[in-house]
Design a protein around this ligand. Structure first.
Ligand SMILES: [Zn+2]
Length: 386
């Protein structure tokens, strides 16, 4: 390992402009260690910078956690799975332990995931969000994922309209990319977002996968890492991460669904968009019980509340000195919800085919031109057909 000194742009900015942080950080040396071509920061640097506790591990757990009263970061050696304040996030590079036994996090994950959540005031390209562009996925001849209980293209439109009503009550302007059952290209959806000022973009989808997998996931475009290795990202990387975390955490808190985390992928819809943008997979069409639950008005009310809480949190968090505040995660993931309708017959052949597609297989014959996998996440067993 060789060490060198770099100061991320975000940190330089903070040192110049935030009194309370300047005092602690004038003397900090942002030394990186290189491992497998990736640069890392030691957790002690983060501890000092954010004034967090020494790393501790719970009995029987491999996760190292540093925390203060409002925030925690949990890292597991060799894993891209991490937790922020108890909610799951996917790292760009695995966390590692150095020869001295210190946990380390990649500089990309620090600058493009951790810092935007802890200090959203320093998000690049931040703006005063006034309008939410809601994008109901699919439509027209493209029905999206479906099962006995649910069809993605109609479900996302219903959910979009309910979310629209809730956001308007909270003072947001709302634009729907489509407000009827018709075909719409990604280019057209992006155009709606890009021609709306001071906006953020939320694309709503249902997931598909193994029949026993369920729970919401929120995606951002994978951020560019230092080597640009298969990670294109965009200039909204930091805003995307903070928005995704706010929405995913509030959605989990409201619905008490299992947290499948903030994840990264290469959906072409999100690639070029010029405002903070996320894709929310609110649940799995292929899980019979979750699909039935998603159709109930009571559950959708909680879902809409969670989505709106997350969006509101993001909007207010970019004020000077604010942070992304999240509720405590539900203590225990609840068992799969009980279906209120008869349990359907086994999945159709098409769905089985989707379920056996692993995250390693890219472009495995799917008709969805935007299909991409979320690479490297061993807990992600589902294909990423959006
Ligand atoms: Zn979809």
């Amino acid at each position: 390992m060789k060490s060198r000194l770099i100061i991320p742009a975000l940190l330089t900015l903070s040192m110049l402009s935030v009194g309370s942080i300047v005092q602690a950080d004038d003397e900090m040396k942002w030394t990186t260690a290189e491992l497998n071509g990736t640069s890392y920061y030691g957790l002690n640097l983060l501890r000092t910078f954010y004034k967090l506790s020494p790393a501790d591990t719970k009995k029987g757990s491999k996760e190292y956690v540093i925390r203060n009263s409002a925030f925690s970061l949990g890292l597991t050696p060799g894993s891209r799975e991490a937790t922020i304040s108890g909610y799951r996030v996917q790292l760009t590079a695995p966390a590692v332990k150095n020869e001295a036994g210190e946990m380390m996090i990649s500089t990309t994950d620090f600058v493009k995931l951790i810092d935007p959540i802890l200090r959203p005031t320093y998000i690049a390209e931040r703006r005063d969000i006034q309008t939410v562009v809601i994008d109901p996925g699919h439509g027209g001849t493209d029905a999206g994922n479906k099962s006995t209980h649910i069809q993605e293209s109609t479900y996302t439109l219903t959910l979009a309209r309910e979310l629209e009503a809730e956001l308007k009550k909270r003072g947001f302007n709302v634009v729907l990319t489509r407000n009827g059952n018709h075909d719409m290209s990604d280019t057209e959806r992006v155009h709606v977002a890009d021609s709306t000022r001071n906006a953020l973009f939320v694309s709503l989808h249902l997931n598909s996968g193994r029949s026993d997998v369920y729970g919401p996931e929120t995606y951002t475009i994978a951020p560019a890492d230092e080597h640009k290795r298969a990670m294109e990202g965009n200039r909204m990387d930091t805003a995307n991460a903070a928005l995704a975390f706010a929405v995913q955490s509030h959605m989990i808190a409201a619905t008490k669904a299992p947290d499948r985390g903030c994840r990264r992928a290469h959906y072409s819809l999100l690639n070029t968009i010029n405002c903070p943008a996320i894709m929310v997979m609110v649940g799995y069409a292929t899980n019979e019980k979750e699909a039935a639950l998603l159709m109930t008005e009571a559950y959708r009310t909680e879902l809409v509340k969670g989505l709106a809480n997350g969006i509101t949190t993001f909007k207010t968090a970019i004020r000077p000195g604010a942070t992304i505040t999240v509720p405590a995660p539900p203590r225990v993931a609840e068992p799969p919800p009980t279906a209120t309708q008869p349990v359907a017959k086994p999945a159709a052949p098409e769905k089985k085919k989707q379920a056996t597609a692993t995250t390693k297989k890219k472009g495995s014959g799917s008709a969805d031109k935007n299909k991409r996998s979320s690479s490297g996440n061993k807990r992600s067993s589902s294909s990423k057909k959006r």
